[in-house]
Design a protein around this ligand. Structure first.
Ligand code: ACO
Length: 323
């Protein structure tokens, strides 16, 4: 059967860093509050002239180089973002043009913090259907642009960044020893859309709006939904949580990661955490964590890894991949 194999990974973080001390100069907060409640110590913030496409292009170039795949061979770009450069055209089209790609398709996908999982599952299905051979899957965000910088309950939590992978069609036997995406699982429940949202948009207010969140409510659902995402993915291919070598979670909050790990008896050393240095970068957080895991040597050829996320919508999901 056809498998979608990860050939390379790339990442980009803007140069400017805002530490918790910097945040305490902007709103009534403290390093101690932020670290205790979230585990976040700093976040990267895009420069005034840097857009989501710039971050995405930098991450994509690195992923292509790492994969040793030529941009001209890319026949699909799926870019997950909730902070596109413009309402339209898709930021993916800007990335396609910047990379000099003259073939195939490029589109954006909106599932907020779960966006990279949704994008990976989408590209995997294009590959398995025989419609694409080389896909760029990107998560890129400039969340700093939709934050209310006077709301201490939300502005301390998020940051900007981008990550990307190259998925390539390859032959597999169909069992769990194959390299590539073994399974993916996507869920959403729109009944919870008012717990985490942006209070603006082209069709409602004709403004960009600001992020709003019922933090404690989101927290409760996050642990439950992430546990569902992890369990469902591994069980669907007849594996157990203990078979997974490395967990690559969406980096919202260290306490969510710890609570989920405890609930599912996952040892800390199997969980990649980058939230301390990146904050929550929404759709970029999973590929940024993936990049970090590969750099640290925690993810290597043959590793069974599980990507998972939960975000606004609510959306949640997972992807089980053999590296
Ligand atoms: N600094 C200092 N005090 C603050 C801050 C801050 N930055 N923000 C809120 N507070 C205060 C509140 O005003 C409140 O004060 P009060 O008791 O006098 O009213 C107090 O801290 C407690 O507020 P809570 O919101 O109840 O704090 P909580 O312990 O729940 O922590 C947090 C808030 C960190 C947002 C937590 O609810 C959380 O992590 N939720 C998950 C949400 C999340 O991570 N969302 C990301 C997007 S979704 C996703 O990616 C999964």
């Amino acid at each position: 059967m056809i498998r979608s194999i990860v050939k390379g990974v790339g990442a980009y973080l803007p140069e400017k860093i805002l530490t918790n001390e910097d945040m305490a100069r902007l709103v009534d907060t403290s390093d101690e509050w932020i670290v205790t409640r979230t585990g976040i110590r700093q976040r990267h913030i895009a420069a005034d002239d840097e857009m989501t496409s710039d971050l995405a292009i930098a991450a994509a170039k690195q992923a292509l180089e790492n994969a040793d795949v030529d941009a001209k061979d890319i026949d699909l770009i799926v870019l997950a973002t909730a902070t596109p450069d413009q309402t339209f055209p898709a930021t993916a089209a800007t990335v396609q043009s910047a990379l000099g790609i003259k073939q195939g398709a490029a589109f954006d996908l909106q599932a907020v913090c779960s966006g990279f999982i949704y994008a990976t599952a989408t590209a995997d299905n294009f590959i398995k259907a025989g419609q694409s051979k080389n896909c760029l899957v990107i998560g890129a965000e400039t969340f700093s642009r939709i934050l209310d910088w006077e709301d201490r309950g939300t502005c301390v939590l998020f940051g900007d960044g981008a990550g990307a992978i190259v998925l390539q069609a390859g032959e597999g036997t169909g069992d769990n020893s194959d390299r590539g995406v073994l399974t993916s699982y996507l869920r959403s429940d729109g009944d919870y859309r008012d717990l985490l949202y942006v209070d603006g948009g082209p069709s409602s207010t004709q403004t960009v709006g600001h992020l709003r969140m019922e933090g404690p409510e989101v927290f409760k659902h996050a642990v439950r939904n992430i546990a569902d995402a992890i369990t469902t993915a591994v069980e669907s291919v007849g594996l157990t949580i203990a078979d997974v070598d490395c967990f690559v979670p969406h980096q919202a909050n260290l306490r969510i990661l710890q609570a989920t790990a405890k609930r599912l008896s996952i040892p800390d050393e199997k969980v990649i955490t980058t939230v301390a240095s990146h904050g929550n970068t929404s759709a970029a957080s999973v590929p940024l964590a993936l990049y970090e895991g590969v750099q640290r040597g925690d993810i290597h050829d043959g590793s069974l890894i599980l990507l998972e996320a939960m975000g606004g919508g609510f959306t949640w999901g997972s992807a089980l991949i053999r590296w």
